[in-house]
Design a protein around this ligand. Structure first.
Ligand SMILES: N[C@@H](CCC(=O)N[C@@H](CS)C(=O)NCC(=O)O)C(=O)O
Length: 220
């Protein structure tokens, strides 16, 4: 049995951790769960994870059980990335990587999920213009976020978010950006060519391909 177990929910942020484990060449056992038709994890899946939140990804490493993809990323890098390749030690790159790692959840997912929750919870009998107006208002944050990433990538042609090689910034951000584009959460008004090129570069990484192949991850 591998020392690390990854609790993986289909079509979820779990792909971040699978990709990271591949990038660190770590052996891991995969506990895979499908989504229910209501898109949520089943009661059994949530119970299997063994945390108060029952969310995915979660990992078990020996006696440690860790949730929150950002914390998992930081934990795995600090413990296993001895050359500090994915979260660099030089202060200027490190702070950039940390900014993106946190922005992946606290800015990008925050803004796009607001639109998802509005769509899920809008009253069926209410006029559709109400939802459209809310989406337009909430899209401003998403457009702003996408202008940020587009601008940063423009300054670093052919590269990744921080420098010319993959870092934990790409591993965290890739899911946030793909999820937002796939679900058309406020991104339709803009063109994001640099971001699309960067997503292609992520997809072409052997470790990303391996993670997708091993887990069967898909976006919908
Ligand atoms: N901020 C957390 C979010 C975790 C989260 O909400 N995961 C979703 C999948 S992307 C989940 O477990 N959903 C299943 C459910 O709520 O039933 C992280 O980055 O890990």
């Amino acid at each position: 049995m591998a020392p690390i177990t990854l609790y993986f929910l289909q079509s979820s942020r779990s792909i971040r951790t699978a990709w990271l484990l591949e990038e660190l060449s770590l052996d891991y056992d995969l506990k895979f769960f499908d989504r229910q038709t209501n898109y949520l994890a089943s009661k059994e899946a949530r119970a299997a994870v063994g945390t108060p939140m029952g969310k995915f990804p979660t990992i078990k490493d020996g006696d440690e059980v860790i949730m929150e993809s950002g914390a998992i990323t930081q934990y795995l890098c600090e413990k296993y990335d001895k050359s500090a390749r994915l979260i660099p030690s030089d202060p200027a790159s490190r702070i950039k990587v940390l900014e993106w790692m946190h922005a992946a959840e606290a800015t990008f997912m925050l803004h796009s999920l607001a639109i998802v929750y509005a769509r899920w919870n809008y009253l069926k009998e209410a006029p559709p213009e109400g939802l459209a107006q809310m989406e337009t208002g909430m899209s401003r944050n998403v457009e702003n976020d996408f202008r940020w990433i587009e601008g940063e990538l423009e300054k670093n042609p052919g590269g990744f978010l921080v420098g010319k090689e993959i870092t934990a910034a790409d591993i965290m951000m890739d899911f946030s950006v793909r999820f937002t584009l796939e679900m058309e959460l406020g991104t339709k008004k803009g063109q994001w060519p640099k971001t699309e090129e960067w997503l292609k570069r992520c997809e072409e990484c052997e470790t990303y391909k391996k993670a997708v192949e091993k887990t069967g991850h898909r976006y919908s």
